[in-house]
Write a protein that binds this ligand. Structure first.
Ligand code: AMP
Length: 499
């Protein structure tokens, strides 16, 4: 199908042509005609599929008629992170260049005054993160009664970050007669229920199964002790042909520490996590996109949606807690058919997490060894439990003092600063070729063909974690004390079964 056959107006088509797109992507081909017809849409699609244009392009056409009134925006797009919101705003600028639509970006960490001024002038498109949106509503700066099109993007990420109560509140402030577009990379039951309660007779559109990794990304895992992780990473950075890379840590404090350590070793690195001031986040991201910084140490705030052209590498300095985060992290590279490389550093007691990732993506991750980094194996399941007398890893206060080589592997949540200094000089050799080691060997259940399900799915025992900007410290399971209204309603059989 050609863009000209999809039903978009001439100005939008001209902007699309200027952007260099010749054909709609599958999600655009499926979604745009329904959006133009005014239907609610339930979209199951990951970032990188052209999802943003699948709702922004028809919205521009729909909003081309009519005018915005002061403080009464005509459309609202909710995004889980400030970076994603900013990216959607950039998309509107590119695709809406032949229209005179007013847009406002309401994100935390930026001046209220400027945002309020924009709202006062009248806004056609409002792009917001849920927290700032509610703040401005409560201050009386915004009325949502004129919203015609409402978009919830990255709904599963919103759930992970604990935004669902805020979203329910926002939806309760919207007019009942509106068009709702709801996008999520995965469709767990909570998300289906939520979609059921927000959408009216939606058309379901879906591309690529959830949690698949692109064939264009070459993946590898390095097994290493905690104290060797930074050295292993430096070795990879020096021996791989790294043009630019994202380096993911699970915790904000580890992002800061690893960033300092890399700078100390002469790498051109920046840091990005949710506790940094917004001005710093924007500045760092810009510098990274312009290649002024080649390495960006980051938390999962950067895992979703960030569109960095031609990113050559992703390093998982920490094995992500959630297998789905692995898919999102490595999905930053290998985009638009380009090749990319993704390395993960795993510690001996992380066999279970790695096995869960392997099961989710339904492909093995070859193991590589690094000269000069002691080769270790995954501990058999239960080893950590026996050592510490229970299943969970010990808390910092309970941990024994490190006893040189024989000390047990440090649990993943311990700060990087605790890692011992490198014991040997930096190796300069090559990364050894992949060894076909199946990390599922560490998990007898996963290795058993009778229990190995070929369908990618979320691990049942994996709690949904509450993360405001990103992961930190204690995990809150489910909704904490809050019981959202949609969970109390009976789920109707949904059209998305089987998605
Ligand atoms: P998204 O999934 O919205 O994050 O989009 C991923 C990337 O695909 C962005 O860099 C878009 O500019 C690009 N893109 C979106 N639609 C098309 C298209 N029809 N043809 C080529 N590239 C596209």
């Amino acid at each position: 199908m050609l863009f000209s056959e999809i039903g978009l107006g001439p100005e939008v088509l001209r902007a699309v042509e200027d952007a260099g797109y010749t054909q709609p992507t599958p999600i655009q081909e499926q979604a745009i005609p329904w959006v133009l017809q005014g239907r609610d849409v339930l979209g199951c699609a990951q970032t990188g599929t052209g999802k943003t244009a699948s709702f922004t392009l028809p919205m521009i056409d729909i909003l081309a008629q009519g005018r915005a009134r002061a403080r009464m925006p005509r459309s609202l797009i909710l995004e889980p992170t400030r970076e994603l919101a900013a990216q959607v705003a950039e998309n509107f600028e590119v695709y809406g260049k032949y229209h005179k639509l007013n847009m406002a970006l309401l994100i935390g960490g930026e001046s209220f005054v400027d945002q309020i001024k924009k709202l006062d002038r009248g806004v056609d498109v409002l792009i917001a993160t849920p927290g700032r949106m509610i703040d401005l509503f409560e201050r009386g700066n915004i009325l949502l009664s004129d919203i015609k099109v409402f978009v919830i993007d990255e709904a599963d990420r919103m759930l992970d970050m604990g935004f669902i109560p805020d979203i329910e509140r926002i939806v309760s402030l919207l007019p009942r007669i509106r068009q709702t577009l709801f996008f999520s990379a995965t469709m767990p039951p909570e998300i289906r229920r939520l979609a059921d309660s927000f959408l009216i007779n939606p058309r379901t559109v879906s591309v690529s199964p959830p949690a698949s990794t692109a064939d264009t990304v070459t993946q590898a895992v390095v097994l290493t002790r905690a104290e060797d992780k930074r050295r292993a990473l430096r070795h990879l950075l020096r021996t791989e042909d790294v043009k630019n890379a994202l380096i993911f840590c699970n915790r904000k404090r580890d992002v800061a520490m690893l960033h300092r350590s890399l700078e100390k070793h002469g790498f051109n690195a920046g840091a990005l996590h949710g506790d940094l001031p917004q001005s710093k986040r924007t500045e760092t991201l810009e510098a990274f996109k312009k290649n002024e910084i080649t390495l960006l140490v980051c938390s999962d705030v950067a895992a979703r949606g960030l569109d960095i052209a031609g990113l050559s590498h992703v390093f998982n300095f920490d094995v992500p807690h959630s297998s789905e985060d692995y898919v999102h992290r490595i999905g930053r590279t290998g985009r638009a058919g380009r090749s990319g490389r993704a390395f993960m550093l795993a510690m001996p007691d992380e066999g279970k997490q790695v096995a869960a990732i392997v099961k989710l993506i339904n492909r093995e991750i070859p193991r590589v060894e690094i000269d000069g980094i002691e080769s270790v194996e995954f501990e058999p399941e239960g080893e950590t439990r026996r050592r510490w007398g229970r299943k969970e890893a010990p808390k910092d206060s309970e941990r024994r003092p490190p006893a040189a080589e024989s000390r047990p592997a440090r649990p993943v949540e311990a700060p990087v600063a605790e890692a011992k200094p490198a014991r040997s000089p930096e190796p300069r050799g090559e990364v050894n070729p992949p060894r076909a080691t199946d990390p599922r060997a560490a998990d007898p259940r996963a290795a058993d063909p009778r229990t190995t399900d070929s369908r990618p799915e979320r691990r049942r025992d994996e709690p949904r974690r509450r993360r405001r900007e990103d992961d930190d410290d204690e995990a809150v399971v489910g909704f904490g004390d809050h019981m959202p209204a949609f969970l109390l309603r009976r789920a109707r059989p949904s059209r998305v079964d089987g998605v």
